[in-house]
Ligand binder design. Structure first.
Ligand SMILES: [Zn+2]
Length: 165
């Protein structure tokens, strides 16, 4: 079947004109390999989900991503936000999520991730910044983090991300 060229299709062009559309929209075909489903998004927010470490990538800014969303990843008593030196590559399956409520009780943000991201100027190696860095760590909230690092959607482009394992 041959589809008409909709750019030359006058009923649509008339409609576009009436709607004062000047630019063509952008449409991304949904692919569950690279895009979160509605259920996955909801589970990441409500409970967290278990994935294999090989399903996690990091973006060029080192933040961790699963498909087209930034995420946290639990690793013992800490949760990672970035590809830091403390992240155990030996982890097989791990719990990931996007909200405070999905975190296991008692886990706290990984200081090494804050260092890697230089989050709000965090630098545990500079003695003169010791108090300041302690404050950044103590007052860390995921809400603040998502304000700085857009959670969803992020580019699913392959060249923008690197594998963790
Ligand atoms: Zn970390």
């Amino acid at each position: 079947m041959k589809l008409p060229d909709f750019l030359q299709f006058s009923p649509f062009n008339d409609l576009k004109e009436r709607m004062q559309v000047t630019k063509l929209g952008h449409f991304e075909l949904f692919d569950p390999r690279f895009h979160l489903t509605g259920i996955e998004r909801s589970d990441l927010d409500r409970l967290g989900i278990m994935v294999h470490l090989s399903d996690i990538h990091h973006l060029l800014d080192f933040t961790l991503v699963f498909k087209n969303s930034r995420i946290w990843l639990e690793d013992g008593l800490v949760y990672h936000l970035a590809q830091c030196d403390e992240l155990k590559k030996s982890l097989q399956s791990c719990k990931i999520g996007t909200s405070e409520r999905a975190l296991t009780t008692g886990t706290s943000v990984c200081p090494s991730c804050l260092q890697k991201l230089q989050y709000k100027g965090y630098d545990a190696y500079k003695a003169r910044k010791e108090n300041y860095s302690r404050q950044v760590l103590d007052s860390f909230s995921l809400t603040g983090y998502w304000e700085q690092y857009h959670q969803y959607p992020v580019s699913e482009k392959r060249e923008m991300r690197k594998s963790l394992v």
